[in-house]
Design a protein around this ligand. Structure first.
Ligand code: MV4
Length: 451
């Protein structure tokens, strides 16, 4: 096990990793930008090193600064969290060159899964069902039109260097596709430095089911069940749950096996997530791999009792998996609501300010993962996530009731949050009856939340 780990991240995930290290008796050093000088991770870590000004490019994405901080502090490993450098193959390689353990997959695995269109093709070649679409990136609008004619509209234009829904555009017709083609390429170039686009049939009213896998350094893989992530607004997840209340046991076992077999086949190491879409006939389609710990790892922890971050660190230290796939047991039901500093009445525009009042929920079955505290000043430079409320119950009904009770308790004054949007989802008949698909958000009318 490591003596000291450097956390190359901020906010709630930095707090989460520090807590895991503390329980493993591992020393922690956290890097921070000038904007995060008075943050909770800086307060909780054993050491803290300022690596630059507020902008992410000059701080949390500044590879030389992060590597220098690790070498100066004597850390043996770096935990990248999610976002920032967490899936950056170059960073993983630079860590290796400096004798530092990157707590994540090896560079060659990150590079393979970075290209979402190449990943799709590689999965298709080992027999994984994928959404009908292009085999690799599409080079021109005319080629995109030809493929769309063959697979049928609507189609989804996806950035091959994107992921997590960023850079996705739906084209309803050939006219739409002509109009969106350049827009999609331009946004992909601007966002990811790579204008590669691939095309898939857009599956409507489906469920977004993701499988949590762990693979140790000997290539032994386990799956900790699945999460239901269909409630997304503009491709940003809002609410996640485990297990899915809509898939059959047969489909559950099929998805688990496909995820483990693919992870082992491609030499995956550490924790990772295999994303699927599931249609109305319970057919699963692979869409992408997330080669990092995810925001919503918490609901899997709640129903399995496994501390995913401690497992991730132990696997990176070369330890074997501490349990077998047969020993994985899912108990009860968990829901996570992402509490963001954004204003549902202003088209979810980011909200910043000082948390004059911060009264989070607690009590039976409630977990709160946050870096916020009363008096904390929410900086405008980073994503808007303030906290994750996780509610566990013996069944989904109890988990929903607990989450509603928790959100009713949650009092925040100083910034506007999306708590009202979560309350609307949890109160909707569609959600309560488990009819959770990618259409729910539109049907519940979150966009038209004003008033
Ligand atoms: C899709 C899709 C339908 N068809 N791809 C969104 C985030 C990213 N992880 C993958 N996502 C999707 N990819 C095809 N070919 C539907 C989603 C999707 C979604 C789309 C619109 C509104 C809400 C959604 C929630 C989850 C997944």
């Amino acid at each position: 096990m490591f003596d000291k780990v450097l956390i190359a991240n901020r906010g709630e995930i930095a707090v989460r990793v520090i807590r895991a290290c503390r329980e493993l008796a591992v020393q922690t050093v956290v890097v921070y930008s000038e904007a995060d000088a008075h943050s909770l991770p800086v307060h909780l870590a054993d050491e803290a090193i300022c690596i630059g000004p507020p902008s992410s490019r000059e701080s949390y994405l500044n590879i030389p600064a992060v590597i220098s901080a690790a070498l100066i502090s004597g850390a043996q490993a770096i935990h990248p969290g999610y976002g920032f450098l967490s899936e950056n193959a170059d960073f993983s390689e630079v860590c290796r060159e400096h004798g530092l353990v990157f707590i994540g997959p090896p560079p060659e695995v990150l590079a393979r899964f970075h290209d979402k269109s190449a990943t799709r093709l590689a999965m298709k070649r080992i027999g994984m069902p994928v959404v009908p679409g292009s085999d690799g990136p599409v080079r021109s609008a005319s080629e995109a039109l030809r493929i769309a004619e063959a697979i049928g509209y609507p189609v989804m234009l996806k950035a091959k260097a994107g992921g997590g829904g960023r850079g996705m555009r739906k084209a309803e017709s050939s006219r739409d596709l002509q109009r969106l083609w350049e827009q999609a390429r331009g946004e992909a170039k601007a966002s990811f430095g790579d204008d590669g686009i691939y095309v898939e049939r857009n599956l409507e009213g489906v469920r977004h089911i993701e499988a949590q896998v762990l693979v140790d350094n000997r290539g032994t893989g386990v799956c900790l069940g699945e999460r239901e992530c269909s409630i997304q607004r503009r491709h940003q997840k809002m609410l996640e749950e485990a297990p899915s209340s809509t898939i059959s046991e047969d489909l559950r076992q099929r998805i688990k096996k496909r995820a483990i077999d693919a992870a082992v086949h491609f030499g995956y190491r550490g924790v990772g997530t295999f994303e699927f879409l599931v249609d109305g006939e319970d057919r699963e389609y692979f869409i992408e791999v997330n080669a990092r710990i995810q925001v919503e790892h918490t609901v899997t922890e709640a129903v399995t009792g496994v501390d995913l971050v401690k497992e991730q660190i132990a696997l990176a230290a070369g330890e074997p998996l501490s349990f077998s796939d047969e020993q994985v047991w899912v108990t009860g039901h968990a829901i996570e609501c992402r509490i963001n500093a954004e204003d549902p009445d202003a088209n979810f525009a980011p909200s910043t300010g000082t948390l004059a009042t911060w009264l989070p929920p607690a009590g039976p079955g409630i977990r709160l993962d946050t870096h916020c505290f009363q008096g904390y000043e929410v900086p405008p430079y980073y994503d808007s996530l303030l906290a994750k409320v996780i509610a566990w119950g013996r069944d989904r009904t109890e988990a929903v009731a607990r989450m509603q009770r928790a959100l009713d308790e949650f009092t925040v004054v100083g910034v506007t949050t999306n708590i009202s949007a979560h309350k609307k989802i949890l109160a909707s008949e569609l959600f309560r009856s488990g009819q959770v698909t990618t259409h729910l958000i539109d049907t519940v009318g979150i966009e038209a939340l004003a008033g």
